[in-house]
Ligand binder design. Sequence first.
Ligand code: GCV
Length: 761
Amino acid sequence: MEHQAPSESAVVLGTLDEILKSAPQLALIEKPGAEGYCIKWLELRGVRHLVIAGADERGVLYGSFALLRKIGAGESIRDLDQRQAPSAPVRWLNLWDVVGVPRAPGVPPSPMRLFGDSVLWENGSARRDLSRLHDFARMLASVGINGCAVSIVNAEPRLLDPNFLPELKRIAGVFRSWGVRIVLPVDFSSPKHIGGLATFDPFDAKAAAWWKSKTDELYAAVPDMAGFVMKADSEGTLGPSAYERTHADAARPIARALKPHGGLLFYRAFVYNHRLDWNDMKADRARAAYDYFHALDGRFDDNVVIQIKNGPIDFQVREPVSPLFGALEKTNQAIELPIIQEYMGGGRLVPWWKDALDFDMRVGDSDTPVKAIVTGRAFRQPVGGFVGVTISSMDPTWTRSHFAQANLYGFGRVAWDPDLGAENVIEEWTRLTFGNDPTTVRTIVDMNLRSWRMYEKYTGPLGLQTLTEITGNHYGVAVEASENNGWGQWHRADADGVGMNRTVATGTGFIGQFSPAVAAMYESLETCPDDLLVFMHHVPYTHKLHSGKTVIQHIYDSHYEGAEAAEEYLRDWRSLAGRVDDQRYREIRASLEYQAGAAELWRDAVAGWFFKTSGIPDAHGRVGRYPSRIEAEAMKLDGYMPQRVIHFETASGETAVRCSAARCSAGFRHEGAPGWHILKVRYFDYAQGAARFRLWVGGQLVDEWAADDTLPTRRAEPDGTSSTRRMISGIALRPGDKIRVEGVPDGTEDAALDYVEVLMD
Ligand code: GCV
């Protein structure tokens, strides 16, 4: 259809070519790069128009959102004159949604699925009502995301079933209307396990032919599919090692099947042996990606992209960047970043990604920041970019956490332009989400920017990584869970010291995978940054950091600072009462209260574990001494039975009390000063059941609540995931007052209690 330039002032939208057809006078606009846009005021026959000219259709969409963003953030558009194009063609999500069966009732969610059910899938097929997916896809487009893997990388076979094509078509159709192309996760063994062939050897002509016909079939249904993502030889998935082939061999037949359709194969470098020998001091999971892939540089087809997690382990709170980024000069690469809240439950992530993207690999001893490598600038690779791992969720806030939305927003913005500062991105998000009140904006931006380091401080500082249930839910604290198994997320803490020796001189040699300049920095204790010290070196607890503190004192201090910062977070949020609408104010306050409680548990568990293991006291006398705490096991118990907890550090005094009767109680007398007090009750909330608690002071009921949260533990016994706390303030106490907690179990949830802390208000 021919359009005429409007006669009244208007916003004129279109691709540059379309606009020029109807208004050749606008030839003044310089064409932006692919998917880019110009926004500019131009005068036509005496009338000023705001013109959004896209290089292509996506460009028009992104330009329109850019304008809305400016208006929403309260910026002036009076003299707008902007030309932008994305940093890289790949700005994708990998959704770790599962198509298959939904979670059975009573089974706790994984940390990822804490946030609610998929917007794509329900009971094994595409949701009947996909309106929420429309909103999701629009949200992705609003931050420039143009591709989305529709289910988890542990590929479900049914995605390749011909009967499933209509489901894929429906999903692809919704995404398409917002410029987002779908990506399919595929399993390398498919020719055998889905195709019924005798082999999936990539050198077998029949296996290659199977990939070709399957790919053709998929493209007939979804002609604009962006490609496949594949996890091979990783955490139990089959791969080329079954036939002693390389990953380049494995990629070839699949890439060639995709090529005629313009499809890409994203081959994940997350390949490692999860049956390593813990007693082998040279074994090192961090080495794996480089060891498997660097020698294959240049041997992948040009439509293969190696998808590399930011760090060599797995989304840990602090890791160096993967040395593989500096080792592939003739191969397309993309960085895989977590948006998901696995391992990083409390973290706001933009500053963390920026840290990785800005890191200079010093390839050839010149400036080679990771962002220049993955955008293809550094080694002139044609395709590359950013893959964010997340889930979709039906929850009204998208993730059951208002603040976690900053991560998805930030991912899109950073992928669009990795040179944007974390503060700019977060300020944009804050203004668009909470409005332009200066105090609100300043407070939230500041909270967001502090979040990663706060989380690191109360979980795993110095490169200890996230000291969590490595073989389980990757959520609650369990310091030793990473040791003595084959998964390789080891910290090797013992009575004398801590850390993995990854040096070239005497360790696993991992450090030697970096360029000489970077390797030299990590190899030497003099120059290795404190925040990665025990990732790179095994050191005695008495080793002095650059700060002058010993390692052990730093661990103690860091956990106290982190937990205090989480309390401060809560105070900051409370200062916004009345500035944010009631519902969001309350919901965010509740999540920050939970986080402050979780941080306190992490503090006590990790500091307590290191105190017991090292035998070195805290110079400030805090660790292991909690004068205002009354252990449940020391109270007068009626029905409650003391029991040691599974990981000793996850309950104060290593013991909780559990109730196997219909109702139990634990009481004590207040021995402190008279006055207003806060009571902190630490108890355990399993995923199952909703045990009830009541708190009585001097015969009066002062609080009651249910343990009905859904935390991702499968255990019906106290652990570092179920431990949680209730704070009750404004309690008047006199010496001798009787304080009593009553617990009423519900099914297997036995109203377990850890302690009560009595603090002056
Ligand atoms: C999808 C971690 C997660 C796994 C995930 C894996 C991966 O190990 O715990 O759930 O698998 O990373 O990235 O492939």
